[in-house]
Design a protein around this ligand. Structure first.
Ligand code: GLA
Length: 390
């Protein structure tokens, strides 16, 4: 990172280096905006930044992953007028995520007037459902905290990062991604109650099994607007149920939901809510199954989650449906499902260690034959946010 900084800005004297992980969600999908419990882990792949303060109010952003955008400049004096940046085709420019976070911090935590030069480089595949955007947001908030002595907790870093994404970018995401990236730690997943923000570290002990992520390389499509639609459909379902005892869909048990489900006459809306309520139960069941070392049950819950996301929530895609079906045919695969926002991206699976090699070969080939895409396989290694220079 220091070499990269030097290449872009001439020298690297006093540059500091930070890292923030990506994340994979094991289970509890599309319920972090429904007050549900989610169970993500932070990854050892993520985003790095090398940064150095300047004496004036200018910020210079550069990302090695988007080198075609070159150095992008912003002036802190002007932060009130900052808006997200898009290219000539209306595509969001990456540093908008950083600008949103900086603006939030200045407005709510600490006004600072000296800018900085920063280079970013990430090894999370973009648009793959492993949260490259939350990673860069949380990383930015974290290095500001460290370099400008901003008095902000890691939980509040998660909150401002989410707010930047909601308000500055316009993606009405929940808190899960930013939260796990800010608090995740080695060897553990985090069981997070998204209504109370209470969380607990859950050791990931899978015996002779591993978590494997398969990147379908199918770039997510329209995920922003479809995502916001799912969220408003859930809000609509809650409104129709109209019971003050339930502040959010995940306040309901499965039985309570089924008693009132029929009042939601539109089947699509009813199904969205059904997914949320059952997925919340699956998350709790999964954490228990893991503690009981009942890996078969963990796998079954992953498949159930997949079918619910496919049929009720309709956020899967044919590429990942194919990967799930093919995975099922292979002995030693315990469970699999689409992960993240959906509409493409990654599948998460649990499988026996001794099947991974054959699995990669068989699935890689079948997938290539069918979709002419080279799937990528990652055995999950858990990582955490860090300052890498002293
Ligand atoms: C995206 C959002 C999260 C969450 C997931 C789906 O990653 O950023 O808040 O809603 O989708 O579980």
């Amino acid at each position: 990172m220091k070499d990269l900084f030097c290449k872009i800005f001439g020298d690297n004297k006093d540059a500091l280096v930070f890292f923030a992980p990506g994340r994979v969600n094991l289970i509890g999908e599309h319920i972090d905006y429904n007050g549900g419990e989610v169970f993500p882990v932070s990854l050892s792949i993520g985003t790095y930044a090398a940064i150095r303060k300047r004496e004036d109010s200018i910020i210079q952003f550069y990302s090695e992953n988007f080198s075609e955008n070159g150095i992008i400049k912003a002036d802190l004096k002007d932060y009130k007028n900052w808006e997200k940046l898009t290219d000539d085709n209306g595509k969001l420019i990456w540093c908008s995520y950083c600008m949103g976070v900086i603006k939030e911090i200045i407005e709510n935590y600490k006004a600072f007037d000296k800018g900085f030069d920063v280079v970013y480089k990430g090894n999370i595949p973009n648009s793959s459902g492993l949260s490259s955007s939350a990673s860069i947001e949380v990383l930015t908030a974290y290095f500001l905290k460290e370099m400008y002595d901003v008095d902000i907790s890691m939980i509040d870093i998660a909150k401002v990062s989410m707010k930047a994404e909601n308000d500055f970018i316009g993606m009405k995401c929940g808190i899960m991604d930013q939260f796990i990236i800010a608090v995740g730690k080695e060897n553990c997943g985090v069981l997070l109650n998204t209504q109370t923000l209470k969380y607990e570290y859950v050791p990931i002990d899978l015996g002779d099994n591993s978590i494997v992520i398969i990147n379908s390389k199918k770039k997510r499509n329209l995920s922003g607007s479809e995502y916001n639609t799912r969220r408003s459909q859930c809000e609509e379902a809650l409104k129709i149920i109209n019971n003050p005892a339930y502040e959010c869909l995940c306040d309901m048990t499965v039985t309570e939901f089924e008693k009132v489900a029929a009042v939601i006459s539109e089947k699509t809306i009813q199904n969205r809510a059904r997914h949320a309520v059952y997925e919340n139960k699956r998350t709790k069941d999964m954490v228990k199954a893991l503690a009981d070392k009942n890996y078969e049950l963990c796998g079954k819950l992953l498949y159930e989650s997949h079918y619910s996301l496919k049929d009720l929530y309709e956020v899967s895609c044919e590429e990942i449906d194919f990967l799930v079906e093919e995975s099922k045919k292979i002995d030693g695969v315990i469970g699999a499902r689409i992960t993240g926002a959906g509409f493409g991206g990654c599948m998460v699976s649990i499988m026996k260690n001794d099947v991974i090699e054959d699995y990669t070969e068989i699935i890689g080939k079948a997938y290539k034959d069918k979709f002419n895409l080279d799937a990528e396989f990652y055995k999950v290694d858990i990582g955490s946010i860090k300052k890498l220079t002293v």
